[in-house]
Design a protein around this ligand. Sequence first.
Ligand code: SAH
Ligand code: SF4
Length: 408
Amino acid sequence: MSIPGQIDPVPVARDITPRADGRVDLIGLPKARIRELFEAAGLDAKQAKLRAKQVFHWLYHRGVTEFEAMTDIAKQMRPWLTERFVIGRPDVVEAQHSNDGTRKWLLSTADGHEFEMVFIPDADRGTLCVSSQVGCTLNCRFCHTGTMRLVRNLTPGEIVGQVMLARDSLGEWPKGKMDFAEDADEAEYTADGRLLTNIVMMGMGEPLYNFDNVRDALKLVMDGDGLALSKRRITLSTSGVVPMMARCGEEIGVNLAVSLHATNKEIRDEIVPINRKYGIEELLAACAAYPGASNARRITFEYVMLKDKNDSDEHARELVRLIKHYKLPAKVNLIPFNPWPGAPYECSTPERVKRFSDIVFEHGISAPVRTPRGRDIDAACGQLKTAAEKKSRAQLDREAAEVGRAEA
Ligand code: SAH
Ligand code: SF4
């Protein structure tokens, strides 16, 4: 049976996006690759190694965007670097601020593809929601991103570039705003003095359909010489790409979130169509085997609350049964459905959500209800979709029907 829109894995896994000026963007490349490029450009092995180490530090530790600012690199060397290389950032097309403090950026790749990134400040943390693809091939029925038809994998540079850009915008590089916290609005800062403390791979796209690039980007985020964010502060969310889950644990080692959303085949097949390929049992078995999962590092099950679809007492009890049956160290995140134009579902009532949460809690499993953030600027879960691609589900269905008729 063919699953509409489901193509895997998505091609275009280049690590370097070619540029019109022929220079190479260093952001997203591992230190060893930078060293190779320096050697290929004419430096001897020893020089290449030293320069790669210095440049890497400036890029990820200090956040500079000009080689001229790299003061421990010989003056005559800096123009040599500038001629051949660049330090890129995604282009900012638009930046929006929600009245709850959430920020959303519409970004563009060097070749003109648009995608989004969201920053969610809280009292004790600041979470950056990072995209892994432009659009998504998976068509979950409640998700706006899934209605985008244009899909391309983001490169490691475009993924880690989001984190760099967020740090630029928040003024969080050493010698940035952070050093002058007394002058800044300190109330905004978290205990360790930083706004950006956590990363979730929950923006546009299915990260496990772009595994290599997501892994390479997160390695730079976790690198002690790089952005140095602990893997405990990073969560990757998957709709259930079962064959890639073990590698995610082994090769990236971050926290896992799984978009479960339903407890039986019929409903999950409808709302998360990848379920027709990798069913609930297979998915939960992969969760039970997830490397690194323990009571201290639980797997998060995301569950979107859709009125009269997946929100009954029975569904809540079945969710508990499944988690216990597979002996999963789990917590459940209940996400009130965030509406978008043409969406085929409504959000469950607050009473229903509360009751569902209580049932799961009563069985000893944490099931907080997530407060939607940034709804006024379409920045909440599942609302991301770039303007160029804003077509309603109804319009897409009409177009699909027309194609069907033409083919018949
Ligand atoms: N593709 C990945 C990660 C991005 S989506 C995944 O599906 O897991 C991040 C979370 O938002 C997922 O749990 C997703 O199912 C959920 N979501 C999508 N659309 C939503 C909507 N309209 N309302 C609430 N949550 C939504
Ligand atoms: Fe893609 Fe995740 Fe949206 Fe499903 S919920 S369409 S996997 S982004």
